[in-house]
Design a protein around this ligand. Sequence first.
Ligand code: MV4
Length: 628
Amino acid sequence: MFQKILIANRGEIACRIMRTARVMGIGTVAVYSDADADSAHVAAADDAVRIGPAPARESYLRVDAILAAAKATGAEAIHPGYGFLSENADFADACAVAGIVFIGPPADAIRAMGLKDRAKALMEKAGVPVVPGYHGADQTGLKGKAGKIGYPVLIKAAAGGGGKGMRRVDVAEDFEAALESAQREAKSAFGDDRVLIEKYVSQPRHVEVQVFADQHGHVLHLLERDCSLQRRHQKVIEEAPAPGMTEAMRAQIGAIAVKAAQAVGYVGAGTVEFIADASKGLRPDRIWFMEMNTRLQVEHPVTEAVTGIDLVEWQLRVASGEALFKRQNDIRPKGHAVEVRLYAEDPPSGFLPSTGTLERLVLPDSVRVDAGVREGDAVTAFYDPMIAKVIAHDATRAGAIAKLAGALTKVEIAGLRTNNAFLVRTLRHPDFISGDIDTGFIPRHIEELAPQTPPSDDVLAAAARYVLGKTSADTDADPWSNADSFRLAGPARQVMDFVVDGKHRRVAIPAPSAKFTTQVLRLANGDLAAMDKGETFVLHLHDPLHDVDTEGEGADRILAPMPGKIIQVHVQAGQAVRRGDPLVILEAMKMEHTLSAPRDTTVETVDAVLGDQITEGAVLVRFAGEAP
Ligand code: MV4
């Protein structure tokens, strides 16, 4: 066995590989970019080497720097994790040339599976069922071939992945245009415009089989996973076993996956991806080979949970020459496991990535959590926005789902937006619970899964209590300060105003004795993060003390007191207003300023336009009649 390995990756997977290495008594070397100098994976390693600036092509993709780091630290082997160099055959070759073991498959196996058309042809020859279609070298007369396959068809980039260069065509008349655009996209993304054409599978499920091979010719499969819950080709929820999988069908696709691995002389951990037509449930004659991923996958923990096998331990053993000691019959699923990917992104805004500092990060302790960040760490735009994987295992699928959803309601994250509430809603969706899943699940239910939810009054009350709790007058036991709103210096506040997602919210201030389960935190920018059952609301305190004096009672118009942005307009032309009524809210210098009516009067014109950026002195509202 190796004495020391280098992990050519970052984040959760680097931490996860090091965890097993440590248990096995193997030393670890991290590599890091400047952006990761203080990161979790560097802290977890025995040794760490800087390999370049933040952009991946100048650090985590630099073969020379990584090999030099391995040489300098005496690492005998390199684990590439997933992504980055993990499926780069040239890197595997370069490791061999440098006399370092690549913890992964032979370079030729990576190459054989790298091109979809070649992989499909190879699999077909090995007797593996592939999706009906055309995957030949001749790229002429493709329209005729599509006609023979029968519409609808799917055009795919031969060099592709992640849905790039993929076009569905429903009728022959649309074929040429779709082909041209697929070729153009493929050329620009992969430098290769070859395509293949497949019969379009209308209600696909993504089922994949974990395989493992040693250097002595033994190949096993470690059961299947279902990864159908995806959004834009990004997996969101994965599970093992696949809902609806029978023993017979498992044996069938397992044998196919083993055959696929054998056909390319595979060694190590790999995944054979299948596409299943789920329109009539999982059926043995409705599942086809799609591609093979020649790396350890993000979702490997669900397989670990149901097989009891540490896949990284097996990778290290196989790479160091040990033989697999288990037999296929010994590998049976124990219970059910479900994994979610917790991302720094904002579902209500169309899943825009969210960057920032994790000012709070509390992850559940009742289930497995694979994280690569700690509280205080930053999530930047340089790398994948995954914060953590959370994995639950239970005797039944329903049990695992309930456990996972429950665990996620304990998550507290502030400082950036996450998909946590979206994950909880997805796990609790009746169609997910019943196993009624396919790759269209998320788009089909997106309105229910990613709504713009306002915080409840209770959440706001908890935040108000938190704010006042920070002032001594409200926390002491002095009856003058808390029995009612009486104050020697005037009435105490009875309400507090917030701005939440651009909307004004007023809440009655609860008694100091009121108890809340909502956790509240003041963020570095002065906003509040209210964390409630796994969901985080960002509340902007609307402080009336910062409201602007609107030039005395006699004014016949309201002018912008400073440059800023109109974020709310409360009145219309012709509307009667009372003194003090809010007219317009201006955001300037990161604060909100309410411009209110100077007297009882009628609005003549509203010149302020919602969303406009305005200059100081701009007329916002004019009042009717003569100023008194
Ligand atoms: C398909 C398909 C339907 N029919 N092939 C998407 C990414 C690529 N790896 C394969 N993909 C698909 N191939 C045929 N013949 C539908 C998809 C597909 C998909 C597949 C797996 C998981 C999620 C998906 C989401 C959209 C489309």
